[in-house]
Design a protein around this ligand. Structure first.
Ligand code: COA
Length: 150
């Protein structure tokens, strides 16, 4: 597949339709109307960033990244909290470009490490992360809370 010439920039409210489509492709059904409020929360957080990859005017990828300070590290830890590339343009360098931009942003803010968690069944993503220099170092556990009593 040819590598694409893509631009990575901050996501904006005008990307709402594409963001909803990409979240839905990732397995989190979303509607365009939900996006501006979610983006607003990230924009208000200096330790968070939402990036889109744009190919000839079309948004083809989305990444979010968060920085967090901890007691056991002297520098902030960066976490890639969402990454998805449109199914029509996968394996053409878009995911790598998004992660590279996220890494630059994190390093410029003092982070010395990026982490990402990914579901066991996302086997394609596992290959991708190892391909771009990430090492499998742990497990993720999760628990859903019951809905609040009314
Ligand atoms: C995982 C994902 C983000 C990768 O983005 P992408 O644009 O397809 O990946 P890239 O083209 O930048 O790939 C970078 C390298 O990884 C390899 N790679 C990417 N996906 C791969 C796969 N499924 N199987 C094998 N190799 C893969 C590419 O061939 C490329 O190799 P190269 O160094 O030889 O060029 C994308 O496939 C995706 O959105 N998948 C579904 C959602 C998902 O799993 N997201 C991650 C959740 S944690």
């Amino acid at each position: 597949m040819p590598q694409r010439s893509i631009e990575v920039r901050e996501a904006s409210g005008e990307d709402a339709e594409a963001l909803a489509r990409l979240c839905t492709q990732l397995g989190y059904p979303a509607e365009s109307k939900d996006m501006p409020e979610r983006l607003k929360k990230l924009a208000a957080d200096a330790n968070a960033r939402a990036l889109v990859a744009v190919d000839s005017g079309t948004v083809v990828g989305l990444a979010t990244i968060h920085l967090r300070d901890t007691i056991n590290h002297s520098t902030p830890i960066a976490q890639l909290t969402l990454l998805v590339v449109d199914a029509r343009v996968r394996s053409q360098g878009v995911g790598r470009a998004l992660v590279e931009d996220a890494e630059r942003w994190a390093r410029a803010r003092g982070a010395r490490r990026m982490v990402v968690t990914t579901a066991l069944d996302r086997t394609g993503a596992h290959v991708f992360y190892e391909r771009i220099g990430y090492t499998h170092t742990g497990r993720r556990y999760g628990k859903n809370f019951p809905p609040p009593q009314s």
